[in-house]
Structures are given as C-alpha cells and as structure tokens.
Design a protein around this ligand. Structure first.
Ligand code: TXA
Ligand code: MG
Length: 351
C-alpha cells in the first residue's frame, strides 16, 4: 500500500483539507493524525473491520483495547451505558484535553474495539486537527498511538513514517505535538476512580475535581517488576522501548552524575556505544558518550515533550546502552517515570 503524506498547518487550515482523510475513515481505512499528546492511528471505532486493521498495522495484541476519540460530549450517550456526575465533572474540567475515561460500553461499540472488554476508553482531544477530523468526518475515531507495538510513541509525523509507511492509507503531518506523553487514563466505571495510566493530568489535579483518586496498584514502583497485573491491558506489554538497553539512575543528582560517569567509562571500555539522557542543567557534567539534553529540570513539561523523540534518536545512532537520570515528582514526573521505567524494563540503579 502507498501511504499518502499530507502536510497540514495546525494553526491555520481549512476544513476542506480534511476531505481526503475523512473519506478514508468513512470507507474503513487508516489515517494517522496529530493530537495534543502523541500522534494517533485512527479508524472507524464502530466498524469492527476497520478496528481490526489497526491491530494488524501496528502488530498490536488483539486483547489491547483502543481509545475512541469524540468531539462532542453528547456522543457519550450513544457510546456508554451511563453518564455519571463524576464523568460530567471530569469532562467539564479537562475536556477537550489529555484525559481518557474508562466507562461501561453500550452495544454500539464493537468488542473488536475494546479488546473484548465491556468497558470503553473515551477521550475528547483538544488538538485542532484531531477535533476537526472527528467533527468533519462524523466518525468516532478509535486511535492508539501511531507507532508499531513496543516502540516509543510518535511525537512527529516523521516517527509515524518510520514505523507505519506502507501499512496505512494516510498520514496528516501537522507538525510536532504539544505534550509528548499519552493521555492520563482514569477508570470511572467503578466506585473509586483509579488512574490506569499517569499523564499530564496528574492525580492531584484529578483529586481536586473528584476527591479521592487512586493509582492502579500494579503501577506503583514497588509492584512494577513483580507479577502484579495492570488494569489497562496495554500497560502490561513491553513498551516505549528503544533498541538499546536503558538503565535508570536514581538518587541525588550529583551522585547520579558521578555514577554515570564511572559506569560510562567501563561500558565504553567494553566497546559499547553509550547514550546519556541528560538535562539542560547537567549535560556538560558528562565526560563522554552521546549526550542528549532532554529539557530543563525546572520545567517537567519540557522533559515530557522530548522523551520519546530522544529515545528514538538513540536508536538512530545505534546506541547499545542508554544511561538516564531520573525525574521523580508528584506532578508530571509520575508519568515521565512510568514511561521511562517501562523503556528500561524496570532496570533501576540506586546510587
Ligand atoms: O494520548 C493518547 O491517549 C493517545 C492519543 C492518540 O489519543 N492514544 C493512546 O492509545 O495512547 P494507546 O492505544 O496507545 O493506549 C491506550 C491504552 C492502552 O494501555 C489500553 O490498554 C488502555 O488504554 N485501554 C483502552 N481501553 C481500555 C479499557 N476499556 N479498560 C482498560 N484500559 C483500556
Ligand atoms: Mg500506545
């Protein structure tokens, strides 16, 4: 299949530029498009054949459910069994935006979209191209991140091309995404809301709206490497991983830098190509290696923004090993560390 790549200016475009993408979606085809979090790989979420094509193109296990993207709150009535007060409050506070809610699905949503589950994940993205594409096509767009399974999610159209060129119908290239990490997922289908995937809408932000909110036990660091099964099926797979092995250094930053410098010399002596994930504040402290400045420690969102692109860059440079600082915090750091820990297969060195 020849993949069409269409440039579109996110700041200024005409609806008619979405005509081809909308037609493909209506015919059951696959369109990658930018959202504020990461690029999504979209298909008609109510068409089982179209949803199945997504799994095929990504090489995604079929028990890993998809998120349905909507542009109008009223669509919840058709897609779910009950729109509760909590759902209304969350939507008021965070939609359109990077929050996905897990709700009980209606019979309109095929099990092919939900990986066989009786719940459905729904999100209303804020990105202008995503919003217009949903509204203009009239399609409830099922869209996972537009990467091949187990690779870092795409934050630029170039990443989508790397992974999916020749496997999908169209890529809308609307430039870089804003956030760089996938949406926060909250399960509101049960009594106590549980965060199944941390993101830029943080637990403190959710608690302000809902009262008590828990983080899925399986995602807490103590349980991470153990056999605890996460509630979002996708969180159990190896994910976000570059080809090189990743080691996370945890501790005071001065000690982390010293230890990385020491290990770096040893790995390089062994002939390994070593990448270092550093920050604006620390990048000059490393003695060698392929150093990437991922952002500033004073601005966690800058780190979230560049994480996946940096992991992909290490791949391009054929790094055997990636040594990284850690970015723990109660804010966005929770989401950053969740992805980084998965990229590292939970390999953490305490210093
Ligand atoms: O920011 C995002 O959410 C991006 C953009 C494209 O919107 N999408 C995205 O989709 O990250 P994906 O498929 O890569 O991740 C969806 C996650 C998976 O971990 C999946 O298991 C979980 O959502 N999920 C989907 N439906 C679920 C359900 N009914 N119950 C529990 N987890 C669910
Ligand atoms: Mg994904």
């Amino acid at each position: 299949m020849k993949t069409i790549i269409q440039q579109i200016d996110a700041a200024q475009f005409d609806k008619s530029e979405l005509e081809r993408a909308a037609a493909i979606l209506k015919e059951g085809g696959l369109v990658a498009f930018p959202t504020e979090t990461v690029y999504g790989l979209g298909a008609d979420g109510l068409n089982p054949d179209a949803a199945r094509k997504i799994y095929e193109a990504k090489g995604r296990p079929s028990d890993n459910p998809l998120i349905i993207h909507i542009a109008d709150f009223k669509d919840l009535e058709m897609l779910t069994l009950e729109v509760t007060e909590s759902v209304k409050k969350l939507a008021d506070a965070f939609w359109p935006g990077p929050l996905t809610m897990i709700l009980k699905k209606s019979s309109q949503v095929p099990h092919d979209t939900t990986g066989g589950l009786d719940t459905v994940a729904i999100r209303m993205p804020s990105h202008p191209i995503a919003r217009q594409l949903i509204a203009y096509s009239g399609i409830k767009i099922a869209a996972p991140s537009a990467n091949t399974s187990s690779r870092p999610s795409p934050t630029l159209a170039k990443h989508v091309i790397e992974d999916l060129d020749g496997r999908i119908d169209l890529i809308l290239d609307g430039g870089g995404v804003e956030i760089g990490l996938e949406s926060t997922i909250i399960d509101v289908s049960q009594e106590i809301p549980v965060v199944l995937r941390p993101g830029s809408i943080t637990i403190p932000m959710l608690e302000k709206v809902l009262g008590m909110v828990r983080l899925d036990k399986a995602l807490q660091e103590e349980s991470l490497s153990k056999d605890c099964k996460p509630k979002a099926p996708g969180m159990k797979y190896k994910h976000y991983a570059p080809k090189g092995d990743v080691i996370i250094y945890k501790g005071e930053i001065e000690k982390v830098i010293a230890q990385i410098n020491q290990d770096l010399l040893e790995y390089e002596r062994q002939g390994k190509k070593v990448g270092i994930l550093a920050t604006a504040e620390t990048k000059t402290a490393y003695k060698s290696g392929y150093i990437l400045d991922i952002g500033s420690r004073k601005d966690e969102s800058s780190i979230a923004h560049s994480l996946y692109a940096s992991l992909r860059e290490f791949d391009e440079r054929d790094m055997d090993l990636i040594l990284t600082e850690s970015f723990y915090s109660d804010d966005l750091g929770t989401a950053i560390m969740n992805r980084l820990l998965k990229a590292a297969s939970y390999h953490v060195k305490q210093v």
